[in-house]
Design a protein around this ligand. Sequence first.
Ligand code: T3D
Length: 272
Amino acid sequence: MTTTSDPSAASAASVLTATQGAVRVITLNRPASLNSFNAEMHGRLRAALDDAAADASVRAVVITGAGRGFCAGQDLNDPDLGMVGGAPDVGGVVEKLYKPLALRVRSMPVPVVAAVNGVAAGAGANFALGCDIVVAARSSSFIQAFSKIGLVPDCGGTWLLPRLVGRARAIGLAMTGDKLPAEEAARIGLVWQCVEDSTLMDAALALATRLASMPTRALAETRHAIDEAMALDYADALSAEARRQDVLGRAPDSREGIAAFVEKRTPKFTDR
Ligand code: T3D
């Protein structure tokens, strides 16, 4: 794997990047505080995602955490964050930092896999759940920690949770703030897969490598189509599908996929 963390910035270590083939691996790297978010890490992470989005050679992204945690949400020790003129401005922080982060992940032109290596709490949990596919190590867990500090789920939690696991479980998880072990998270459909700790990165990289060989543009459109359909009735969703197929059906990847099937060969997809 080629490590490409930004050498120009002395503080770049809070986010590490590496490349393996067509997969960009982004590692949150503040392990002493379980990779909790401060403003600096937000900036580095956004830059790493922007860079992966702009790099045509990147066809899938894996996001993971250094050390024993994935991400513990907001850095509650950061004296600067959330304070404006000496008063708390949590809404401002969410608007300025977490909303753009969540939207950035959702607008990536390539599939994004979260490899959850340890506890994912607060915005750290919802940041993971906002990725396209979540692979969780057996020892990891998900905690909607917000209720314990008098807040509501953010970083997309109120939208994601009921859609992933239904209202009853969404409210139960959000109100109690109880720790949900990875195995149970996979069982109830909160995440895609729970794997043994020792195989997490191999499993996430194998999945991302497989996705990277697929029709990238169609995969990103699949995400958009499913998200869009959440707000549509059946007939409108069918129409939206037709509109997307109209565009994708004329694109080179679809032609290549059909030609490869007919010619009984492996397709080579290039759209992004
Ligand atoms: O401005 C705004 O607030 C807006 C944004 C809000 C979004 C949010 O994410 S709000 C939710 C914030 N997160 C939390 O409330 C989670 C707080 N952390 C915990 O509840 C626990 O640490 C965990 C359940 C995640 C893990 O517990 P455990 O026992 O495995 O580890 P630990 O001993 O509590 O933590 C290890 C270290 O990480 C410890 O530092 P130390 O004592 O070794 O020096 C701990 O203080 C630090 N740490 C963990 N979480 C955070 C943190 N430091 C800063 N901020 C954290 N969120």
